[in-house]
Ligand binder design. Structure first.
Ligand SMILES: Cc1cc2nc3c(=O)[nH]c(=O)nc-3n(C[C@H](O)[C@H](O)[C@H](O)COP(=O)(O)OP(=O)(O)OC[C@H]3O[C@@H](n4cnc5c(N)ncnc54)[C@H](O)[C@@H]3O)c2cc1C
Length: 388
């Protein structure tokens, strides 16, 4: 039977960067996926937002590292990932959000984030035409940005291959063989492979893989829809995030929504339905368009006549507190979870790929241990991240 140091289940936003880092460290690694090529799970549904602007220490640290990797990728490797450093702007129209943002800014700065509170006039200068009615200001973090999720996944994939990683596609994992409290091997529809470590990076299907290992993980996929418009001349840079909940008796309620203008001038947008739509379907409905249209035009009236070109639906592999589950499992040697990324897998993947490599190489730093503590499967899950 073929033996690998590490097998990673899932060639997505998390699994591919981890495969690359582990191969780069010199270990033998196999990444398995049921799809025909990398990044074809929820990775390709991401709208490309990359931020370190979070309210939790570990997320900030990990995403700062991801931003460092992605913002310098083209310079270091000569490969384009459509990286644009446009920043993130969280807008406040109510005292409630203003208070949350201003309190969070102090904490974020302490963690090394480049972020500032902007007064309403400064926000208006940053986004020409933004609705000034009731605008109280917002936070702006200039080092955040966006990139293509498919290009990003692809460069990690080709780099992993160059470092000697093996990938097998169209090979769904069917079972894990466990003996004496240790994962021994992975069985797919085509074969069985031995490994010292198995990493569960199966995204929306993380629970199924965990079940094969006899464990329960609180990862519940909920469906989100997104869309892209025709291009217009670029007139604003940041990802604009509005976390106010909105009621809409006809089209349904929503929580936060966010959009940015990409390098081609197209507006890319996404909204969080309220209540969440749990499930695995990727069949888009466009039902969310009237919700988004209303909110987007309200915030930026000049977008009123833009035509939407395409919409799609994907899943957030969500946890109850909106933070991922990363780390080993008590009583089961050789098994590591890299799951539960919600709407943030693209931005957390590269930083956590490096951490996963340090874990299997037994080279964890003090900071890594703190991250694993915050992302532990055994935490309380009772404190939702404020900027999820
Ligand atoms: C509309 C939308 C917008 C989003 N926007 C952003 C954004 O702007 N920024 C951001 O950071 N994130 C965003 N996300 C979230 C992001 O897409 C996810 O967090 C991320 O893709 C999760 O990464 P993953 O590696 O866990 O899962 P995936 O990328 O889905 O990878 C998991 C892989 O596991 C494979 N798999 C599953 N089961 C098996 C099995 N039994 N055997 C073999 N393979 C298996 C799947 O085929 C898949 O390829 C968005 C998501 C959606 C839906």
């Amino acid at each position: 039977m073929v033996h690998y140091d590490v097998i990673i289940i899932g060639a997505g936003s998390a699994g591919v960067p981890a495969t690359r880092e582990i191969a780069k460290s010199g270990l033998s690694v196999l990444c398995l996926d049921s799809k025909p090529s990398p990044g074809q799970g929820d990775n390709k549904h991401a709208i490309g937002g990359l931020r370190a602007t979070h309210s939790q220490k570990s997320k900030i640290k990990v995403c700062l590292r991801s931003l460092e990797i992605l913002s310098t990728w083209e310079e270091k490797h000569g490969e384009n990932i459509d990286w644009v450093q446009g920043g993130y702007l969280f807008v406040a129209y109510r005292e409630k959000e203003k208070k949350i943002f201003q309190e969070t800014v102090t904490f974020q700065k302490k963690q090394g984030l480049d972020i500032a509170w902007l007064e309403a006039d400064e926000v208006k200068a940053l986004v020409p035409g933004i609705n000034g009615n009731g605008l109280l200001g917002g936070t702006f973090s200039p080092q955040d940005g966006n990139a293509s999720s498919l290009l990003t996944n692809h460069v990690f994939y080709t780099s992993a291959l160059e470092h000697g990683a093996d990938f097998k596609f169209k090979e769904p994992v069917k079972d894990l063989i466990i003996s004496r409290g240790e994962v021994q091997s992975v069985t797919t529809t085509k074969g069985t492979y031995n490994a010292d470590f198995v990493i569960n990076a199966a995204g929306a299907h993380a629970q199924y893989i965990a079940n094969m290992a006899g464990i329960i993980v609180p990862v519940i996929p909920d469906m989100h829809e997104a869309g892209i418009t025709e291009p217009v001349k670029r007139f604003f840079n940041p990802m604009i995030v509005d976390i106010r909940p909105k009621t809409n008796e006809i089209f349904g309620n929503s929580k936060n929504y966010y959009f940015y203008q990409n390098h081609l001038g197209q507006i890319i947008f996404c909204i969080t339905p309220d209540p969440p739509m749990y499930g695995l379907s990727t069949e888009e409905t466009s039902m969310f368009l009237p919700q988004v249209a209303q909110r987007m035009v309200d915030l930026l009236p000049s977008l009123a006549n833009l035509k939407v070109r395409r919409t799609w639906r994907g899943r957030y592999p969500s946890t109850p507190d909106a933070s991922p589950i990363v780390g080993p499992v008590t009583g089961l040697d050789g098994f590591f979870n890299l799951i539960g990324f919600g709407g943030q897998g693209l931005m957390l993947g590269p930083g956590l790929g490096e951490l996963s490599s340090r874990f299997v190489n037994q080279k964890l730093t003090k900071e890594d241990k703190e991250v694993l503590e915050e992302f532990s499967l055994y935490r309380e899950f009772n404190k939702e991240e404020l900027l999820k």
